[in-house]
Design a binder for this molecule. Structure first.
Ligand code: DIR
Ligand code: MN
Ligand code: MN
Ligand code: MN
Length: 304
């Protein structure tokens, strides 16, 4: 099996800079060698060149709209191509890169006639639209875009919107009021931290994996650094206390590995400028290793 690394130092989905350095931090932390040691072929396609900077005219409440549109086009194309060649891992870059990556893999899934599911591991649901956003930051919008919501004029039309029922959030603890209303109306699965406290993280994840498996779905996983408890993962611009613990996060990745259902992955919001001797980058690489099969003991193959 081949995994394909695609660097996307997209840094315009919010105002604080630094995610541009993310792809190189993952490489520095040894991502390719780690995956190779687990038996995977690794093809590193390098970094996507940042689109030429263009000013927003007129300057609206949304930050760097034109730049994000340009990235979205490049990423959707790169994702659609890469997923035909192997298992793509998108090295972010901020979470706005998922506007492109998820749209691209959705196009591919539709072409081969399989449903696409999305697992969003994040403190935030990122389901604002350019109209509902309070921050003006497009990293808070990809789920709205890929599920086909309004308000994205100027962005490429999403060819194959992901059905709302195919989206699952795990780790939520910072949800804006319009986001909450939308989630409740939409039929998305939303596992907040309280539910994890009460039920553990394995039970709700297993329910979602069962849904994916029963539909013979493809599964895109989007891992935002701020899913994690900030004490173990400080290198993110929008940390929120009370996140997933070290073991909760690894257990998610280990279960995802055992399921055999995951077909593409985003690693997003790593801001190496905010890191502490590389420990957040290393943790993200270790979590990726768990998803790609690192384990202490084998478990019987589990079908969900
Ligand atoms: C907030 C923060 N909901 C926004 N979103 C973040 O800007 O729309 N997502 N930080 O990861
Ligand atoms: Mn996010
Ligand atoms: Mn987040
Ligand atoms: Mn089942």
């Amino acid at each position: 099996q081949t995994c394909i690394l695609i660097g996307a130092g997209m840094d315009c989905g919010k105002r604080r800079r630094g995610c541009i350095m993310g792809p190189d931090a993952y490489r520095t932390a040894g991502l390719a060698g780690t995956l190779n040691d687990l038996g995977w072929q690794v093809e590193d396609r390098g970094n996507i060149d940042a689109p030429q900077w263009v000013p927003d005219a007129p300057k609206g409440k949304v930050h760097a709209r034109e730049e994000c549109i340009a990235w979205t086009k490049l990423l959707a194309q790169a994702a659609e191509t890469a997923i035909q060649d192997g298992f793509p891992i998108f090295l972010g870059g901020d979470h706005a890169l998922s506007l492109g990556t998820v749209a691209g893999v959705a196009t591919h899934a539709a072409r081969i006639d399989r449903p696409l599911f999305v697992l969003w591991l994040d403190a935030h649901p990122d389901i604002n639209s350019p109209e509902t956003t309070a921050s003006g930051n497009l990293h808070g919008t990809p789920i709205a875009y890929v599920t086909g919501q309004d308000g994205f004029e100027g962005f490429p039309a999403v060819q194959s919107p992901v059905p709302a029922e195919n989206v699952c959030f795990i780790g939520l603890r910072s949800v804006d009021a319009p986001e909450r209303d939308f989630i409740i109306r939409s039929g998305m699965t939303a596992i907040d931290m309280r539910q994890i406290d009460e039920r553990g993280i394995a039970a709700p994840l297993a329910e979602f994996l069962h849904k994916v498996s029963a539909a013979d779905g493809m599964l895109h996983v989007s891992l935002d650094v701020d899913f994690l408890e900030p004490a173990i993962a400080p290198a993110a611009g929008t940390t929120v206390p009370g996140g997933a613990t070290f073991r909760e996060a690894h257990l998610v990745m280990e279960m995802l590995h055992d399921s055999g259902l995951v077909t593409s992955l985003d690693l997003v919001e790593l801001n190496p400028y905010l890191d502490d001797r590389g420990r957040t980058a290393s943790l993200m690489v270790d979590l990726t290793a768990s998803l790609f099969g690192r384990r202490v003991f084998d478990r019987p193959t589990r079908s969900y």
